[in-house]
Ligand binder design. Structure first.
Ligand code: AMP
Ligand code: MN
Ligand code: MN
Ligand code: MN
Length: 285
Protein backbone atom coordinates (compact mmCIF):
# COMPACT_ATOMS: atom_id res chain seq x y z
CA UNK A 1 0.00 0.00 0.00
CA UNK A 2 1.21 3.49 -0.81
CA UNK A 3 1.71 5.49 2.38
CA UNK A 4 0.65 9.12 2.21
CA UNK A 5 3.48 11.57 2.72
CA UNK A 6 3.01 13.80 5.73
CA UNK A 7 5.33 16.78 5.92
CA UNK A 8 6.06 18.95 8.93
CA UNK A 9 8.75 21.44 8.04
CA UNK A 10 8.96 23.65 11.14
CA UNK A 11 9.47 22.62 14.76
CA UNK A 12 11.68 23.19 17.80
CA UNK A 13 13.70 21.03 20.19
CA UNK A 14 15.58 21.68 23.41
CA UNK A 15 18.43 22.97 21.22
CA UNK A 16 16.37 26.20 21.24
CA UNK A 17 13.02 26.76 22.96
CA UNK A 18 11.29 23.42 22.41
CA UNK A 19 10.31 21.15 25.28
CA UNK A 20 11.42 17.84 23.71
CA UNK A 21 14.95 16.68 22.97
CA UNK A 22 15.69 16.15 19.26
CA UNK A 23 15.33 12.37 19.76
CA UNK A 24 12.00 12.73 21.59
CA UNK A 25 10.76 15.09 18.90
CA UNK A 26 11.57 12.65 16.09
CA UNK A 27 9.86 9.81 17.99
CA UNK A 28 6.77 11.94 18.50
CA UNK A 29 6.71 12.95 14.83
CA UNK A 30 6.85 9.27 13.86
CA UNK A 31 4.05 8.49 16.30
CA UNK A 32 1.87 11.15 14.63
CA UNK A 33 2.52 9.76 11.15
CA UNK A 34 4.99 12.36 9.89
CA UNK A 35 7.11 10.96 7.06
CA UNK A 36 9.35 14.02 6.49
CA UNK A 37 10.30 16.24 9.41
CA UNK A 38 12.42 19.39 9.35
CA UNK A 39 13.95 20.37 12.67
CA UNK A 40 14.22 24.17 12.60
CA UNK A 41 15.57 25.44 15.90
CA UNK A 42 16.04 29.17 16.44
CA UNK A 43 19.46 30.23 15.12
CA UNK A 44 21.12 26.88 15.80
CA UNK A 45 21.86 23.54 14.16
CA UNK A 46 22.96 21.93 17.44
CA UNK A 47 20.04 19.48 17.54
CA UNK A 48 20.39 18.14 14.01
CA UNK A 49 22.89 15.37 14.64
CA UNK A 50 20.82 13.71 17.35
CA UNK A 51 17.68 14.18 15.26
CA UNK A 52 19.36 12.60 12.22
CA UNK A 53 20.62 9.61 14.22
CA UNK A 54 17.16 9.01 15.64
CA UNK A 55 15.50 9.47 12.25
CA UNK A 56 17.85 6.89 10.70
CA UNK A 57 16.71 4.34 13.28
CA UNK A 58 13.03 5.27 13.05
CA UNK A 59 12.47 5.24 9.27
CA UNK A 60 11.48 8.88 9.07
CA UNK A 61 13.04 11.41 6.75
CA UNK A 62 14.86 14.24 8.54
CA UNK A 63 15.39 17.47 6.66
CA UNK A 64 18.12 19.57 8.23
CA UNK A 65 16.74 23.01 8.97
CA UNK A 66 17.08 26.21 10.96
CA UNK A 67 14.87 29.20 11.80
CA UNK A 68 16.95 32.34 11.53
CA UNK A 69 15.98 35.59 13.24
CA UNK A 70 16.56 38.34 10.70
CA UNK A 71 16.11 42.09 10.32
CA UNK A 72 14.51 43.88 7.40
CA UNK A 73 13.70 47.61 7.66
CA UNK A 74 14.36 47.34 11.40
CA UNK A 75 11.68 44.72 11.91
CA UNK A 76 12.30 41.12 12.88
CA UNK A 77 11.30 38.34 10.49
CA UNK A 78 11.87 34.62 10.84
CA UNK A 79 13.35 32.82 7.87
CA UNK A 80 13.29 29.03 7.84
CA UNK A 81 16.13 27.34 5.97
CA UNK A 82 15.33 23.82 4.70
CA UNK A 83 17.83 21.31 3.34
CA UNK A 84 20.76 23.31 4.68
CA UNK A 85 24.23 21.95 5.22
CA UNK A 86 24.88 22.59 8.92
CA UNK A 87 28.63 22.31 8.40
CA UNK A 88 28.74 25.05 5.75
CA UNK A 89 31.36 27.45 7.19
CA UNK A 90 29.48 30.76 6.81
CA UNK A 91 26.34 29.26 8.36
CA UNK A 92 28.29 27.66 11.20
CA UNK A 93 29.99 30.98 11.92
CA UNK A 94 26.66 32.82 11.79
CA UNK A 95 25.15 30.50 14.39
CA UNK A 96 28.16 30.99 16.68
CA UNK A 97 27.71 34.76 16.44
CA UNK A 98 23.98 34.50 16.99
CA UNK A 99 24.57 32.49 20.13
CA UNK A 100 26.79 35.30 21.47
CA UNK A 101 24.20 37.92 20.45
CA UNK A 102 21.50 35.98 22.23
CA UNK A 103 23.66 35.64 25.34
CA UNK A 104 24.33 39.39 25.40
CA UNK A 105 20.68 40.17 24.81
CA UNK A 106 19.79 37.81 27.67
CA UNK A 107 22.03 39.78 30.01
CA UNK A 108 20.23 42.99 29.03
CA UNK A 109 16.85 41.36 29.60
CA UNK A 110 18.00 40.05 32.99
CA UNK A 111 19.27 43.54 33.97
CA UNK A 112 15.93 45.05 33.04
CA UNK A 113 14.09 42.45 35.08
CA UNK A 114 16.42 43.17 37.99
CA UNK A 115 15.36 46.85 37.81
CA UNK A 116 11.78 45.64 38.17
CA UNK A 117 12.77 43.79 41.32
CA UNK A 118 13.04 40.35 39.70
CA UNK A 119 16.41 38.73 40.28
CA UNK A 120 18.02 35.44 39.32
CA UNK A 121 16.81 35.37 35.71
CA UNK A 122 20.22 35.07 34.04
CA UNK A 123 21.28 32.14 36.15
CA UNK A 124 17.97 30.39 35.56
CA UNK A 125 17.97 30.75 31.76
CA UNK A 126 21.64 29.77 31.57
CA UNK A 127 20.95 26.60 33.50
CA UNK A 128 17.90 25.89 31.38
CA UNK A 129 19.72 25.91 28.05
CA UNK A 130 23.14 24.44 28.84
CA UNK A 131 26.39 25.37 27.11
CA UNK A 132 25.28 24.70 23.51
CA UNK A 133 21.82 26.12 23.87
CA UNK A 134 20.22 29.24 22.50
CA UNK A 135 18.63 31.56 25.05
CA UNK A 136 15.27 32.80 23.84
CA UNK A 137 12.59 34.96 25.38
CA UNK A 138 10.59 31.77 25.94
CA UNK A 139 13.19 30.77 28.53
CA UNK A 140 12.60 34.04 30.35
CA UNK A 141 8.86 33.45 30.14
CA UNK A 142 9.37 30.00 31.72
CA UNK A 143 11.42 31.58 34.50
CA UNK A 144 8.81 34.28 35.19
CA UNK A 145 6.11 31.62 35.24
CA UNK A 146 8.05 29.28 37.53
CA UNK A 147 8.58 32.11 40.01
CA UNK A 148 4.95 33.21 39.88
CA UNK A 149 5.61 36.68 38.46
CA UNK A 150 3.05 35.83 35.78
CA UNK A 151 0.42 33.14 35.44
CA UNK A 152 0.84 32.32 31.72
CA UNK A 153 3.58 32.47 29.04
CA UNK A 154 1.46 34.98 27.18
CA UNK A 155 1.31 37.25 30.23
CA UNK A 156 5.11 37.15 30.44
CA UNK A 157 5.28 38.59 26.91
CA UNK A 158 2.45 41.07 27.50
CA UNK A 159 3.87 42.45 30.74
CA UNK A 160 7.65 42.09 30.39
CA UNK A 161 9.18 40.56 27.26
CA UNK A 162 7.15 41.80 24.31
CA UNK A 163 8.29 44.69 22.08
CA UNK A 164 8.20 47.95 24.03
CA UNK A 165 7.63 46.26 27.40
CA UNK A 166 9.92 46.92 30.40
CA UNK A 167 12.25 43.94 29.88
CA UNK A 168 12.41 44.18 26.09
CA UNK A 169 15.93 44.46 24.64
CA UNK A 170 15.87 45.42 20.95
CA UNK A 171 18.25 43.38 18.85
CA UNK A 172 19.69 43.94 15.42
CA UNK A 173 19.66 40.50 13.84
CA UNK A 174 21.42 39.59 10.61
CA UNK A 175 20.01 41.31 7.55
CA UNK A 176 17.36 39.20 5.83
CA UNK A 177 19.34 39.20 2.60
CA UNK A 178 22.45 37.94 4.39
CA UNK A 179 20.52 35.18 6.15
CA UNK A 180 18.98 34.02 2.88
CA UNK A 181 22.46 33.92 1.38
CA UNK A 182 23.77 31.69 4.20
CA UNK A 183 20.85 29.34 3.67
CA UNK A 184 21.07 29.12 -0.11
CA UNK A 185 24.85 28.93 -0.31
CA UNK A 186 24.76 26.02 2.13
CA UNK A 187 22.45 24.20 -0.32
CA UNK A 188 19.11 25.02 1.31
CA UNK A 189 15.99 26.94 0.40
CA UNK A 190 14.73 29.99 2.30
CA UNK A 191 11.12 30.13 3.49
CA UNK A 192 9.35 33.06 5.13
CA UNK A 193 7.98 31.68 8.40
CA UNK A 194 4.43 32.37 9.66
CA UNK A 195 3.80 35.41 7.38
CA UNK A 196 0.66 36.53 9.21
CA UNK A 197 2.30 36.78 12.62
CA UNK A 198 4.09 40.06 11.88
CA UNK A 199 0.83 42.02 11.77
CA UNK A 200 1.81 43.84 8.59
CA UNK A 201 -0.52 45.98 6.52
CA UNK A 202 -1.18 44.87 2.95
CA UNK A 203 1.31 47.32 1.50
CA UNK A 204 4.05 46.25 3.93
CA UNK A 205 3.51 42.59 3.19
CA UNK A 206 3.80 43.36 -0.52
CA UNK A 207 7.04 45.26 0.03
CA UNK A 208 8.39 42.46 2.20
CA UNK A 209 7.52 39.71 -0.25
CA UNK A 210 9.00 41.48 -3.26
CA UNK A 211 12.20 42.15 -1.32
CA UNK A 212 12.26 38.56 -0.05
CA UNK A 213 11.82 37.16 -3.56
CA UNK A 214 14.39 39.53 -5.03
CA UNK A 215 17.13 38.42 -2.64
CA UNK A 216 16.57 34.71 -3.25
CA UNK A 217 13.64 33.71 -1.02
CA UNK A 218 12.05 30.53 -2.39
CA UNK A 219 9.03 29.77 -0.28
CA UNK A 220 6.43 30.92 2.22
CA UNK A 221 4.64 29.00 4.98
CA UNK A 222 1.15 28.67 3.56
CA UNK A 223 0.04 26.22 6.24
CA UNK A 224 1.17 26.59 9.84
CA UNK A 225 -0.05 25.08 13.11
CA UNK A 226 -2.62 27.74 13.84
CA UNK A 227 -3.88 28.93 10.46
CA UNK A 228 -7.54 28.48 9.61
CA UNK A 229 -8.97 28.08 6.10
CA UNK A 230 -9.30 31.81 5.43
CA UNK A 231 -5.72 32.48 6.50
CA UNK A 232 -4.40 29.67 4.32
CA UNK A 233 -6.32 31.20 1.42
CA UNK A 234 -4.77 34.62 2.04
CA UNK A 235 -1.21 33.27 2.16
CA UNK A 236 -1.78 31.00 -0.84
CA UNK A 237 -2.64 34.14 -2.80
CA UNK A 238 0.65 35.73 -1.72
CA UNK A 239 2.49 32.59 -2.81
CA UNK A 240 0.95 32.77 -6.26
CA UNK A 241 1.41 36.52 -6.64
CA UNK A 242 5.12 36.32 -5.79
CA UNK A 243 5.75 32.94 -7.37
CA UNK A 244 6.84 31.38 -4.08
CA UNK A 245 6.61 27.68 -3.25
CA UNK A 246 4.41 26.74 -0.31
CA UNK A 247 5.64 25.16 2.91
CA UNK A 248 3.76 23.47 5.74
CA UNK A 249 5.06 23.50 9.29
CA UNK A 250 3.43 23.24 12.68
CA UNK A 251 5.95 25.40 14.61
CA UNK A 252 5.55 22.77 17.32
CA UNK A 253 7.26 23.73 20.60
CA UNK A 254 5.75 21.56 23.31
CA UNK A 255 3.18 18.80 23.92
CA UNK A 256 1.68 21.15 26.54
CA UNK A 257 0.38 23.45 23.81
CA UNK A 258 -2.39 21.08 22.83
CA UNK A 259 -3.74 23.02 19.88
CA UNK A 260 -0.49 22.57 17.90
CA UNK A 261 0.71 19.05 17.10
CA UNK A 262 3.41 17.60 14.88
CA UNK A 263 2.11 16.75 11.43
CA UNK A 264 -1.45 17.75 12.20
CA UNK A 265 -1.74 20.28 9.39
CA UNK A 266 -4.16 21.21 6.66
CA UNK A 267 -3.05 20.10 3.17
CA UNK A 268 -1.26 22.54 0.91
CA UNK A 269 -3.76 24.04 -1.56
CA UNK A 270 -3.46 22.19 -4.87
CA UNK A 271 -2.49 25.15 -7.02
CA UNK A 272 0.58 25.89 -4.88
CA UNK A 273 3.98 24.49 -5.75
CA UNK A 274 5.17 22.40 -2.78
CA UNK A 275 8.50 23.47 -1.31
CA UNK A 276 9.59 19.81 -1.05
CA UNK A 277 9.84 19.69 -4.84
CA UNK A 278 12.79 22.08 -4.45
CA UNK A 279 14.52 19.87 -1.87
CA UNK A 280 16.79 16.97 -2.64
CA UNK A 281 15.11 14.27 -0.60
CA UNK A 282 16.30 10.70 -0.52
CA UNK A 283 13.83 8.50 -2.46
CA UNK A 284 13.25 5.84 0.14
CA UNK A 285 13.11 5.87 3.86
P1 AMP B 1 13.22 35.23 20.68
O1 AMP B 1 13.57 34.62 19.35
O2 AMP B 1 14.25 34.99 21.72
O3 AMP B 1 12.81 36.67 20.57
O4 AMP B 1 11.99 34.43 21.23
C1 AMP B 1 10.88 34.32 20.46
C2 AMP B 1 10.13 33.06 20.87
O5 AMP B 1 9.28 33.37 21.95
C3 AMP B 1 9.21 32.64 19.74
O6 AMP B 1 9.85 31.71 18.92
C4 AMP B 1 8.06 32.01 20.46
O7 AMP B 1 8.35 30.67 20.74
C5 AMP B 1 8.00 32.78 21.74
N1 AMP B 1 7.03 33.89 21.72
C6 AMP B 1 7.14 35.08 21.09
N2 AMP B 1 6.08 35.86 21.33
C7 AMP B 1 5.27 35.15 22.14
C8 AMP B 1 4.03 35.40 22.76
N3 AMP B 1 3.38 36.56 22.60
N4 AMP B 1 3.51 34.44 23.55
C9 AMP B 1 4.15 33.28 23.74
N5 AMP B 1 5.33 32.97 23.18
C10 AMP B 1 5.89 33.90 22.40
MN1 MN C 1 10.15 29.70 19.59
MN1 MN D 1 9.16 31.96 14.43
MN1 MN E 1 9.41 28.55 15.06
Amino acid sequence: MHMPEIYDLHCHSTASDGALSPAELVHRAKEFGVTSLALTDHDTVAGLKEAQNTADLSAIRLIPGIELSTSWKNKCFHIVGLGINPAFPALAEATRNLQIMRFERAQKIADKLEKKGISGAMEAVNNAVGPEGMITRSHFADFLLAHCHVSTQQEAFDRYLGAGKPAYAPTLWAEMEQAIQWITESGGVAVLAHPLRYKLTGSWINRLLSAFKEVGGAGIEVVTGRYNKDEIHVVANYARRYDLAGSVGSDFHSPDLQWVELGRLAPLPENIKPIWELLHLPENL
